[in-house]
Design a protein around this ligand. Structure first.
Ligand code: GDP
Ligand code: MG
Length: 180
């Protein structure tokens, strides 16, 4: 199929995971290069649109943040609707957040009617002294579930851009394959 000039790509990506793992800060670091040391959960869903260039094309991702709803187990189907990418985030210094990854994956699967490009994100990798989940455990889970994997730090910016862009690139590749 021939591509029209100025063709636009806009993909919905969701960030999920337990409360306080750093979802909002990953998004603010990626979209605005900002970090907020105080956790303040906002009520309601928020999203940010971020562009990247792939093969000379502008690809936009509309990235959704649960904005505190996960505290009340109230992430609704509207949140997941139309999502083609997901970052499943845990905190490397809190094992319970890693144990709950399976639950988040199940929820994502329940609400998805399409292939979702997924990455497992072990955030707060700057907290080496109080690490509670090893890199190997993260990698092993990702491999078992067929996910990309990366450890990140929204605090010091490690791998934040890379984690979002690996997902967006994969979505783009899936779409391109379908078109051809
Ligand atoms: P959310 O509930 O998943 O959206 O988590 P937040 O983004 O609100 O972050 C929760 C808390 O963890 C806040 O106090 C953040 O400052 C802190 N935090 C987030 N990311 C990091 C990180 O990469 N490293 C460290 N040390 N703290 C972080
Ligand atoms: Mg948040």
């Amino acid at each position: 199929m021939e591509e029209e000039e100025g063709e636009e790509y806009l993909f919905k990506v969701v960030i999920i995971g337990d409360s306080a793992v750093g979802k909002s800060n990953l998004l603010s670091r990626y979209a605005r290069n900002e970090f907020n040391p105080n956790s303040k959960a906002t009520i309601g869903v928020e999203f940010q649109t971020q562009s990247m260039e792939i093969n000379g094309k502008e690809v936009k991702a509309q990235i959704w943040d649960t904005a505190g709803q996960e505290r009340f187990r109230a992430v609704t189907s509207a949140y997941y609707r139309g999502a083609v990418g997901a970052l499943i985030v845990y905190d490397i210094s809190r094992r319970t957040t890693f144990d709950n990854v399976t639950r988040w994956l199940e929820e994502l699967k329940t609400h998805s009617d399409t292939t979702v490009s997924r990455i497992l994100v072990g955030n707060k990798c700057d907290l080496v002294d109080i690490r509670d989940v090893s890199v190997e455990e993260g990698k092993a889970l990702a491999e078992a579930e067929g996910l990309f994997f990366m450890e990140t730090s929204a605090l010091d910016s490690t791998n934040v851009k890379a984690a979002f862009e690996i997902v967006i690139r994969e979505i783009y590749n899936n779409v391109s394959r379908k078109v051809l």
